[in-house]
Design a protein around this ligand. Structure first.
Ligand code: OMP
Length: 278
């Protein structure tokens, strides 16, 4: 079971680092631009140099879609490379999908059967029948957008629902627990939502939380750990730009490795400081 491998990796690597592959052709080092597939070459070097410190990779699909057909080919090569060379690593397609049932089923096939990702990010706002198709696959997982890291999260997600006095993001969590195979649901919570992280941890004590927003968006790993890390170690903290663009020169992979190692070291420290059992 892939989820068991994820748990083992977190304990072995003393890390809950997810590296985001938000690969922008304009930002990759110029010496790679002449390669046949610069995006894949860049990703491969980043993965090879950082995998000792990371337990998951999260390609953001927008960056690949923006390149058209060649972007999809690069994405396919990257997921195949991860699955063949690092089968223990957990993979997340950051696609933010969700549609009427039969369409969601096609998205699920695209990312779980065709591209063979372990999980996908999903927008919950079309409700049960838009999410359940993604939950009907064995060994595949859904990351439900719960309380996001952007400023616009206040527009809807933090609003109180009048008949319950729960906030909308809390309703998303409570409702999702009623869905079929809800054990396969994990929750995305932006790093800036420090207060809410501990509230969410209590609502879903046994579910993984994926927390993006550390690094370029300024989120604090310390605050995340204080509020979201407990003995279950069911946490993934994502950083994309601050790792993969650590250098724009030929030393980019080494610099990415150093950035990943630094975050892992901090994570290990917080695990030890909290006296958690590895
Ligand atoms: P960096 O800011 O470069 O670390 O990238 C953050 C990544 O996480 C991007 O791929 C975002 O699309 C994604 N993300 C957020 O930044 N905020 C969220 O609330 C949710 C996500 C996500 O679903 O991963």
């Amino acid at each position: 079971m892939k989820i068991k491998k994820l748990e083992n990796q977190i304990r072995e690597k003393k890390s809950f680092l997810c590296i985001g592959l938000d690969i922008d052709l304009d930002r990759i080092p110029s010496h790679l631009k002449g390669e046949q597939d610069p995006i894949f070459s860049f990703a491969k070097e980043i993965i090879d140099s950082t995998n000792k410190f990371a337990v998951a990779y999260k390609p953001n699909i927008a960056f690949f879609e923006a390149q058209g057909l060649s972007g999809w080919e690069s994405l396919e090569k990257i997921i195949n490379y991860l699955n063949s060379e690092y089968p223990e690593i957990f993979t997340i397609a950051d696609a933010k999908r969700g549609d009427i049932g039969n369409t969601s089923n096609m998205y699920a096939k695209a990312f779980f059967q065709n591209l063979k990702f372990d999980s996908i990010t999903i927008s919950p706002y079309m409700g049960k029948d838009s999410v359940e198709p993604f939950l009907s696959f064995d060994n595949k997982y859904v990351f439900l957008l719960t309380l996001t890291s952007n400023s616009g999260s206040e527009d809807f997600q933090l609003k109180e629902i009048s008949d319950t006095s729960n906030k909308l993001y809390e309703e998303v969590i409570l409702k999702s627990k009623e869905w079929k195979n809800s054990n396969n649901i994990m929750y995305v919570v932006g790093a800036k939502n420090v207060k809410e992280i501990s509230r969410i941890r209590k609502l879903v004590p046994n579910s993984y939380l994926l927390i993006p927003g550390v690094g370029a968006q300024g989120g604090s790993l310390k605050d995340i750990c204080e509020n979201g890390l407990d003995n279950g170690l069911k946490l993934l903290v994502n950083s994309s730009r601050s790792i993969i663009y650590s250098s724009s020169g030929e030393d980019y992979a080494e610099k990415a490795m150093l950035a990943a190692a630094k975050l892992q070291e901090e994570m290990e420290k917080y695990i030890i400081d909290k006296g958690l059992v590895l």
